[in-house]
Design a protein around this ligand. Structure first.
Ligand code: GDP
Length: 296
């Protein structure tokens, strides 16, 4: 899995004797390769820099092990540090609260919010036996509410009846009221997105958040987002205090550097990963897999 980086690092450390400690100059040479791998994987520059600095500090002076080559040893240090940074523990969506439990889905337009709303609703229904109500608060994009309704019919999850002309906050209130009356366990609120983070979008999301006090606020983010991942994640976190990230399009050929960037700047866990357009294409987040993909 780490052949590329291992081979490169192996070369760098060829001259190093088996005994002794990892020298700063060797580690620095190795870190140039690691840095390249991070940037190729689209890890945001400040995150890559900090990661390299941390790992360098940890590696320099470490005793060279007898059992593995120094190159392999450094690859292991790098890999372990990355898994740690990505969040070594797997975290699932929490619904442990007084029903109906509100889950707010936020993110940019096209990030996969509506699709992920459907995927999570289906999973909660089928795997956790929850009674889920979905509601689209997207009053800007024509047919957005209709899109969620059709999705609900496909997966057998109820959606809030559409009343045209209602504002997002009114729809959210209606969803919570309906869920209380009809005994739903979870309410998934799919908010509107924009092409870029903007003040209007954030105000709207904050108003809904203040009304429903969500148990989870999940940022849906495209894993192919490059350097911008940091801005998107930190803005949403600052404005609406996200509780986790759903990373979509991990089935694409991106290397997933956005995962590291978003986790690093927000400290919030990546909870689930979208791996396709189908409603079943939702997986737990495995930090080891993403680490090996980033390191190449
Ligand atoms: P929204 O604007 O954020 O609600 O985005 P949508 O949910 O409408 O998704 C936009 C497009 O991305 C749709 O064509 C989805 O089928 C697609 N999509 C969403 N998640 C994934 C994913 O994990 N992998 C792939 N390949 N496509 C996805």
């Amino acid at each position: 899995m780490f052949d590329n980086l291992s081979d490169k690092l192996g070369g760098i450390f060829d001259g190093l004797k088996r005994r002794g400690a990892l020298k700063e100059s060797d580690v620095q040479a190795a870190m140039r390769e690691v840095r390249m791998a991070l940037l190729e994987a689209d890890v945001a520059l400040p995150v890559a820099k900090k990661f390299i600095a941390d790992v360098t500090k940890e590696a320099v002076g470490q005793k060279v092990l007898k059992s593995v080559s120094p190159g392999q040893q450094v690859v292991k240090i790098v890999n372990d540090a990355m898994v740690e940074m990505l969040g070594s523990e797997s975290q699932s969506i929490s619904t442990a609260s007084v029903p109906p439990v509100p889950i707010l889905m936020v993110g940019l337009q096209g990030s996969g919010k509506t699709t992920s709303t459907g995927k999570i609703a289906k999973r909660l229904t089928e795997k956790e036996n929850k009674k889920v109500l979905m509601a689209s608060l997207d009053t800007r994009r024509p047919a957005a509410q209709e899109q969620l309704k059709i999705l609900g019919e496909q997966i057998g999850v109820k959606t809030l009846p559409i009343i045209t002309g209602q504002q997002p906050v009114e729809i959210a209130r209606r969803a919570m009221d309906a869920a209380k009356l009809q005994g739903f366990d979870v309410v998934m609120l799919d908010t509107a997105g924009r092409l870029h983070v903007d003040a209007d979008l954030m105000t709207e999301v904050r108003m809904v958040r203040d009304l429903v006090n969500p148990h989870e606020t999940l940022l849906v983010a495209d894993s192919l987002t490059g350097q911008d991942a940091v801005n998107v994640a930190s803005e949403f976190d600052k404005q609406v205090n996200i509780t986790g990230v759903v990373l979509t399009r991990m089935d694409g050929d991106g290397r997933g550097g956005a995962a590291l960037s978003m986790r690093a700047v927000t400290g919030k866990p990546i909870k689930l990963v979208g791996t396709g357009e189908k409603m079943e294409a939702l997986e737990e987040f495995h930090p080891e897999r993403v680490a090996s993909r980033i390191l190449g």
